[in-house]
Design a protein around this ligand. Structure first.
Ligand SMILES: [Zn+2]
Length: 211
């Protein structure tokens, strides 16, 4: 959805003739290809020019949920379906004995742990999780396809994950509210923190054997 792809036209490498960019999508099967989706998104009247202004070599890949992607030597990306209107894919990136899971846009059922999410985040060094709402707010936003920091903590504890990056906050959140949420989350789970723009985290390589 737009909240994840709106930056693509401002991604300078796609205009650079010397660059190769590979674009993937995983829940459009039977509806449109990744190429069609990007072509419909980058065109007038929403954007002044069409895709042919992109001089990079663009390579479009389609996959389906559950596929295991190997975009580079030694890098394994496992995929799974999240619970979001229109679909969303969660990712488990494995490299150098490390695991980072990207779980944006998923709604949990109260009192239940999503097995698909647990599978993706098992024993992860870092889980980047959809913390749009708090449990207290959740009732109002049922059906929007988002989750809470409290659920992120529960999932990480159940899966033995070590780090929890809170992301995908309700757009109306203030910095003060985010500080408060981060503090509450840290008190419950030491590895929790609110992810910041431009933040870099380092995980020293453990081994080059993929898990
Ligand atoms: Zn989103």
């Amino acid at each position: 959805h737009y909240d994840h792809i709106i930056g693509l036209p401002a991604f300078k490498p796609i205009y650079d003739r010397s660059v190769k960019v590979r674009l993937w999508s995983g829940h459009l099967a039977g509806r449109m290809t990744t190429r069609q989706m990007v072509d419909e998104f980058m065109r007038p009247p929403w954007f002044p020019v069409r895709l042919d202004v992109c001089k990079a070599s663009l390579d479009y890949r389609d996959f389906v949920s559950g596929d295991v992607l190997r975009p580079r030597e030694g890098v394994v990306i496992r995929t799974g379906s999240l619970t979001h209107p229109g679909g969303c894919i969660g990712y488990r990136v494995e490299w150098g004995g490390r695991v980072v899971a990207v779980i944006t846009d998923t709604e949990h059922e109260p009192g239940k742990l999503d097995q698909a999410v647990l599978g993706l985040i098992e024993d992860a060094d870092l889980v980047i999780y959809d913390c749009a709402y708090t449990e207290e707010e959740m009732e109002r936003y049922r059906g929007n396809g988002h989750s809470t920091w409290e659920q992120g903590v529960k999932l990480c504890e159940a899966a033995g994950a070590r780090g929890l990056a809170l992301v995908h906050h309700d757009p109306a959140r203030t910095d003060e509210e985010l500080d408060q949420i981060e503090k509450l989350a840290k008190d419950r789970f030491a590895g929790a923190f609110a992810a910041r723009d431009g933040q870099t985290l380092e995980f020293p390589v453990l081994s080059h054997k993929a898990r």
